[in-house]
Ligand binder design. Sequence first.
Ligand code: GTP
Length: 336
Amino acid sequence: MNPKFSRQQIFAWADQLTQQPDYQALTHYFLDLLHQLPGIGQATAFEVYGGRNRKTCETCSVCEQMVRRFPIDLAEDGLENHEDLLTEFNSGQDLVESDPDSNGRISRVVAVIRKVAGPNRALLIKGSLDKDTLELIGDLIKLYQNLVGLHDSKERDTLTKLPNRQSFDKRLMQICEYYQRQPVVDPKISKSSWFALLDIDHFKQINDNFGHLYGDEVLLIFSQLMEKHFRYNDFLFRFGGEEFVVILNLSDQDNAEAVFERFRKLIADYAFPTVGRVTVSIGVTHIDTAIMPSILLDRADKALYHAKANGRNQVVVYEKTTQLMLENPSSEPDLF
Ligand SMILES: Nc1nc2c(ncn2[C@@H]2O[C@H](COP(=O)(O)OP(=O)(O)OP(=O)(O)O)[C@@H](O)[C@H]2O)c(=O)[nH]1
């Protein structure tokens, strides 16, 4: 028992941790809790993607490690250097502590959380920590880690480990509510958020020609290429089947179009093992201040349908496409 905290206090924290409804709420609560402990100056959570430990990636080149900081923020820009964190993460230890100072205190701790159903995570704690606090942190992290596992199994897609449809619905609602509080902007010149539906072309043919296992491999590599291409503050989801969603943040219209166009080309040029070439159609729309999730989905879906109907392997931005074109695509998409 930690002498600074009563048994009741520790059980109250454990009780609160287990009551958090999802990974987001759990991690917010856990970081707040850590900040209450003596000597902790800063506690930050990260998601760590890619890396040499994932066997599935041995055949492809998309798996260099990438770090996303929690919480991903709609209004925050800039990339950070995470080299030290990755070195500690890859050290093979679960709790990496800096050398103690002359008073026996530790200034930096990295806790590594490896998960089956979601991405790996790292918690970075900075401050001046004594032995008792370190022990308590270690125990709390074990509980947090188990709860992360439970939430991941509900909120993440098991194949790609991206947030699933259920997480998407919640997140989209939050984003729409956020933008409803913001002033109206001209998306051509101001940075705001963009919603995109990405649908792999002729995916049924891939399954039919090569089998479901190779189809799954395409989905997995596709998701890894998404994680590599988009920035840490964009939101990525597996929407279902061969359909994915990206919410691109802090971007004007030209940049959004260019980012999705580069991703389209990245996929078209990528040599997928066995399957070879794969293409993707992308429907994009602006998230404006007055919009409801259902309207957003409908607009992106119309743009995607337009891309499919006009030859696939292309990006269509709803705002650049006239209503007439969206409602009367030049041809019906061919179905198999
Ligand atoms: N391997 C694999 N296949 C899946 C998964 N989820 C859905 N599918 C398959 O994805 C295929 C989607 O086919 P369609 O909706 O006809 O679309 P498509 O063949 O991509 O054609 P277009 O979208 O019109 O270019 C179906 O055959 C589904 O069975 C999955 O998790 N793994």
